[in-house]
Design a protein around this ligand. Sequence first.
Ligand code: GLC
Length: 747
Amino acid sequence: MTENAAAGPRIEQLLADLTTKEKVGQLIQYFYFSIPAGAEGVDPFMARQPQAVEAALAEGSVGSLLFVTDPEQTNRLQKQAIEGSVHGIPLLFGFDVIHGLRTIFPVPIALAASWDADTIERAQAVAAKEARAVGIHWAFAPMVDIARDPRWGRIIEGAGEDPLLASVVAAAQVRGFQGSELGAPDHIVAGPKHFAGYGAALGGRDYDEVDLSDQEFWNTYLPPFKAAIDAGAGNIMSAYMDLNGVPASGNHWLLTEVLRDELGFEGFVVTDANAAKDLQTHHFAADAADAAVRALNAGVDMEMGVFQPAFETLVAAVDDGRVSAARLDEAVRRVLVVKEKLGLFEQPYVDVQESVRVLADTGHRDESQRAAERSAVLLRNEGVLLPLSAESLTKVAVLGPLAGSKRDTIGPWVFDFDLDETVTVVDGIRERLAGTASVTYEQGVAEPKRTFPSMFEAFGDSSPSAPADFDADAAFTRAVEAAADADVAVIVLGEQQDMIGENASRSDLSLPGDQQKLLEAAVATGTPIVLLLMNGRPLDVRWAAQNVPAILDIWYPGTRGGSAVAALLFGDAAPAGKLPFTWPRSVGQVPIHHAATRSHAPDAQGKRYWDEESTPLFPFGHGLTYTSFEYSEVRVDRDGSGVNDTVTVSVNVTNAGDRDGVEVAQLYLHQRFGTSSRPLRQLKAFRRVEVAAGATQTVTFEVTPEERRYWSAAPHDWVLDATVFDVWVGGSADADAHAEFTVAVDA
Ligand code: GLC
């Protein structure tokens, strides 16, 4: 439950004093792009935006701004707002602090792959500290949308396919951003998004409609939002798309009956960019005024406006009663309460010198490297090629355009980074092998490019491209020769950072461009190959999974990505990440996930297509390390428990190798009968454990009634069945250490 419900006397007095126009102003957030006058190729509206915003500031008609990250700028605009408002009300500055501000952390799907709440919390606490130092008060994060279709580019921004993992990650991010309470020093408001169901876009096409069954909504897509709200999130962002035919940002059932009445959210709701005005685009609202009224009355409190927001029409709607004074005050109160909680009435400005120190803190970069080392997922390690022995190498080849690309190493959704301090994979390997082995870097192929441009190109941000005179044949030859001449070749393949993220859905999962050709030629040289994947979605690596001995998913590893990768390659650190999604063999299997129910002809469930297996290439929760673990003696206490009892499950985890290691032990549950058919395997608990070489550790899980409860389409309600459960514990959704237990109605 959020803490920002109660408003003190200052807020109530303001509500009594503010005019309707001033109140409406508090509900409008504007983009503020400080664009140099006459900037080349800038859309006219964007060029006019700063003037329009500054005029509104002078009238005290702005509640919040986004896209301001320079502390001198935030101070200047804050001063304008306070002096422009008769009541001296400060601005709330929001921004997309998704995986770091100046220090860039691994992308969110990578952080989720650590399955390590502590690491995730620490990462977002650093991001919050840097953001607050420059005058940003609020992050449009965490993105908690469940994603089960990897064609959807925003899979990279969330925590994958599973509601339990996504809930743990969401709560950890909220704690990291907000600290112990809303308004804590060096912390900012967390704004989970996009409420709700956005990740189920038809065909994986970003922004497109979502049709969700009740059971999918309540059992799969909503739980991470509940976890974020229960962790105290101060804001929620409403989504762009239609949910079952009603746009999320004009959906009273979603924004009031579910968000307020069911989940008890008491913070404020902001729309996604332009999503109130956009209700006209959905052919839902008749005009901007209708859009504003219906968004506010549905439960939106603030509109994130791109240009001439619909909420500018609200004064008339209040005057003629289409919006009640009570509803207006309720929205304004929620916004002002957050400003008061953050202490902005007392201290609205930041210390610019202090912000320089905070942003330069190398301890933040160390945190980023630590997170990158914990996020990598070792998919394959045939013949234990990894870790490499640095001492035994004299020549190492590093191949692929992504290996040397600073911009791609830090991934999408970053704006305030310092590219010069970004460590690429080739930088990291060179640094690690300095003085002991020669490192040859050849990109080998031209950077593959999108067919349609990225939305971020308008901001001048895009991945590198090969020069017009790039000699593809010569580059390819040099790369193959370098591989042939080396003791080992490390090849970095994947998608450029602008091929994934918002407005970056894809109809295919293959390695773009000529990367596969480069991989096959490198393997054909006979040199041992280590494949590093730089990605945010599962890619079609069927060939590599058969022909490349070592495959390590490094994601977009952030500012110190190359240093983390080198530490992992040479054994200074060991990968311990686990997949947060099911990895399909090909796009034809999509959607695919681990929590499928049992159906007709169950023995053929792995052969539903006649042309391809219907099992995944790698299962949800999969990830290897530099030792091996064995699971035994799964035991249940309190067999025959009552429906309202917690069942304790224990398992022995043995490190069967000769190196200490970390394992994420996962518990999967299945009920054999009951009110609904339930998934054969559903993640219901996990624990990240360190086990010394040769040692055995007992890991204990509690399976609570809450974890066994689910929404059923039979009674159209929540149920808790008395039934028999199978429980499996292991290192992925393919876990096979098994036990069973009975839950009786009134044991
Ligand atoms: C974007 C995204 C949202 C982001 C917002 C502000 O369109 O959908 O996630 O926070 O606009 O940049």
